[in-house]
Ligand binder design. Structure first.
Ligand SMILES: [Zn+2]
Length: 318
């Protein structure tokens, strides 16, 4: 009533909102509780009502700021895109939302603590496997990152390994991620991670990585064993599953940009979790749980940017 008095008044009378209303293009209506909601053409979609007809919030109101902060925290201090997605999925439409979200994030204390400047994303031409229609995880980028040190108990056979790596699988079409933890950078640990991934995610046609024949991931400097994809057990596994493994050409590491960027996203979410938890009592269990939560957050982000409401583009990964 404070911000949209004439709109609400008109709608009560059964007449359209004033032609100069800032929310005219949202085709607003009053629901059975008298709450102002976005109208639109999604009535037949299977999205929940809260997402089809989000509640309209005046962007300049204090409540909108509180909502933005709330959802920004819920996506663990990710950027504007993630935050907007969460707000939308939470059933709210904030007028002038892009600007409001941007200003809340730029003033966020925890974000400044985690990372200084906001990054800009550079877009390039999309390769075939990213624009081919396929089930999620048909074309998959692979990379390894880590290690993290975890607290372990002494076992009877001596000290258990206290390093953990992650194998990050990125779907090249929708950029969903799947993360497997490995306890050592060895062929057998790597194969087990591959097998777990294939078992859960199903039919992979092609793996891509941007290393040479020896897949060593981001651990070159640690003197770990190189994992050969071209012979031995990995080759056998790939043949059995009829999966091909493609290496990006040398000196073309930008081709790995999709999943290197996903590593960046995963790292940022993880940093936020670790900052809250503290690194001291990080166990394998806790790390595995964090990885699952990171995947959930990354995979729940919207995969297209929101534009004007009339475009009604709203596609989610999950
Ligand atoms: Zn923040």
């Amino acid at each position: 009533m404070e911000w949209f008095k004439s709109e609400i008044f008109n709608l009560h009378q059964g007449s359209p909102v004033p032609a100069n209303s800032p929310i005219l293009s949202l085709n607003p209506f009053l629901d059975e509780y008298g709450v102002l909601r976005v109208g639109g053409r999604l009535n037949h979609s299977t999205l929940p009502t809260t997402e089809k007809n989000p509640i309209i919030m005046p962007g300049k109101s204090h409540l909108a700021i509180l909502l933005i902060r709330h959802f920004h925290g819920k996506v663990l201090h990710q950027g504007r895109h993630f935050t907007e997605g969460a707000i939308r999925a939470g059933g709210f439409w904030i007028t002038n939302g892009k600007r409001r979200v941007g200003s809340v994030i730029s003033g966020c204390f925890q974000c400044r603590r985690l990372r200084g400047k906001q990054q800009n994303q550079i877009m390039a031409d999309l390769p075939t496997d990213r624009v081919t229609q396929a089930q999620p995880f048909t074309y998959v980028g692979v990379d390894v990152f880590g290690p993290w040190s975890v607290v372990t108990r002494r076992t009877r056979g001596g000290q258990a390994s206290n390093k953990r790596w992650t194998v990050l699988f990125t779907c090249l079409s929708i950029r969903a991620v799947h993360i497997e933890l490995v306890e050592e950078m060895s062929s057998s640990a790597f194969i087990n991670a591959l097998r777990r991934f294939i078992a859960i995610r199903g039919n992979v046609i092609e793996f891509r990585s941007d290393r040479g024949t020896n897949f060593v991931g981001a651990t070159d400097d640690l003197g770990v064993h190189a994992i050969s994809v071209e012979n031995g057990f990995v080759r056998k596994l790939l043949q059995e599953k009829q999966v091909s493994w493609v290496f990006n050409p040398p000196h073309a590491s930008h081709m790995g940009g999709v999943w290197e960027r996903m590593i960046g996203v995963v790292r940022r979410v993880l940093d936020s979790l670790l900052l809250e938890h503290g690194q001291k009592n990080l166990t394998h269990d806790v790390l595995a749980t964090f990885m699952a939560e990171v995947s959930a957050i990354v995979n729940a982000r919207p995969i297209v940017f929101f534009n004007a409401m009339d475009k009604q583009l709203c596609i989610y990964n999950n």
